[in-house]
Design a protein around this ligand. Structure first.
Ligand code: KG4
Ligand code: ZN
Length: 389
């Protein structure tokens, strides 16, 4: 979050750097960030050999958050700066792509500078630059991709392109140093609902996916219909805390031939019908009860299918990822079900569930280690599929 205080501190540090005498700057050497605080450098040596540590500057701009982060060795987050455009899009009841791109352009340099400053590192000290190149809004993605290419070219750093959803999955590595593939992962975001086996870093077997709306999309549409506004997920989550999850019986859709596929459009229609019927009868809608009952229907399906898949495929570790993974009922439901089934449950902190660049830095580390490097022709791929490169 961009606060006035932080902006001021960046400005102060910028001034400090500009005021530094040339001789002092030279003494500090090219590998050191000329800012106060703990100084970390890739040129630090162990037994006279260059350190093997990998520092990645990661950039994320696929939707309505402009984000940058410095991540060390894929698991240690040195900074995580997120400039959210939520207030702006709230006026329109959803993300307006054109406005999102324009805001990214305005914010991206400031956010990157803040990420480096907070990490007490310089661009020169980065091992690589990573960026989300898909899926997402094309204009929004292009801002991050163009920025990352420019920085990598100017600073002569390798460039790593990251899949946004792979980033969401990798958010689990940040706070769980012992988590390693293989494990089962439920990915639930605004645009995606996937049940996958994470076979290795960046390698997925998709067991199931949504046939229609993504889980987050269902939250957003129901929130709008009931007058809670945008962004829907957090608002439904909050309203549901005051409601009875068993007040209204909504359908739990089963999808014919694949037991691990999801469908949320029937549930969404049932909620809309309920609202329309109540309006026609001039009955007042109990919003907390409706929110809690809808949320319960979504959570029950997500939890039961994930646990079933883990049992069927013999996985003892389950993780959740994506914006909806910050939902309090989903976290509690999954925690309980995993405990009962003797499965270890992993989930990122809410700040790493919704869009951020730290998760991109985590995913990029494993790509970088595998030797993945993007060329100067890296482009935004708005409908990039999971597992595609
Ligand atoms: O992962 P994300 O930040 O962006 C995408 O990649 O799509 O996910 C955004 C989605 C939105 O649909 C939002 O309503 C939902 O995640 N979301 C939530 C919660 N927080 C965010 N859904 C339910 N409960 C929440 N607490
Ligand atoms: Zn996302």
């Amino acid at each position: 979050m961009q606060t006035e205080e932080k902006r001021e501190s960046i400005e102060e540090k910028k001034e400090e750097r500009m005021e530094m005498p040339v001789s002092e700057a030279l003494e500090q050497g090219p590998g050191k960030a000329p800012v106060s605080g703990a100084e970390i450098s890739v040129h630090d040596t162990e037994n006279g050999h260059p350190s093997e540590d990998v520092y990645i500057l990661a950039i994320e701009s696929s939707c309505d958050e402009t984000a940058a982060s410095v991540v060390k060795n894929g698991r240690t987050v040195l900074s995580n700066i997120i400039s959210s455009q939520i207030d702006l899009h709230t006026l329109f009841g959803g993300v307006v792509p054109e406005i999102a791109s324009r805001k990214h352009i305005e914010k991206i340099n400031q956010v990157i500078e803040e990420a480096l400053t907070e990490a007490h590192m310089s661009l020169e000290e980065m091992t690589a630059i990573a960026v989300t190149y898909g899926p997402g809004l094309v204009g929004a993605l292009l801002v991050g991709v163009a920025e990352a290419k420019a920085l990598a070219y100017a600073a002569k750093k390798p460039l790593v392109g990251v899949h946004h959803i792979e980033g969401h999955v990798s958010a689990n590595f940040i706070e769980n140093p012992d988590l390693e593939p293989p494990f089962m992962c439920l990915i639930v975001s605004g645009g995606h609902t996937h049940l996958v086996i994470v076979k290795d870093y960046g390698e997925f077997e998709i067991l199931g996916r949504t046939r229609d709306d993504a889980a987050g999309e269902a939250f957003d549409k129901v929130a709008r219909a009931v007058g809670l506004g945008y962004p829907g997920g957090p608002k439904v989550d909050k309203a549901a805390k005051e409601g009875n999850p068993h007040a209204i019986e909504f359908p739990r859709a089963k999808v014919g031939d694949n037991p691990y596929d999801f469908s949320f459009s029937g549930l969404k229609s049932a909620v809309l019908n309920y609202i329309n019927h109540a309006k026609m009868m001039c009955e007042e809608i109990n919003v907390p009860d409706l929110a809690a009952s809808f949320q319960n229907a979504v959570v029950e399906v997500l939890v039961s299918r994930t646990i079933e898949a883990a049992k069927q495929h013999g996985y003892k570790r389950v993780a959740i990822a994506g914006g909806v993974a910050s939902n309090s009922a989903l976290r509690a439901g999954m925690e309980k079900a995993c405990k009962e089934a003797g499965i270890q449950f992993f989930h990122p902190s809410p700040i790493f569930c919704t869009d951020n660049a730290a998760m991109i830095g985590a995913a990029a580390y494993y790509e970088y280690k595998k030797g993945a490097r993007a060329g100067w022709d890296l482009n935004a791929v708005p409908n990039l599929k999971l597992g595609e490169r």
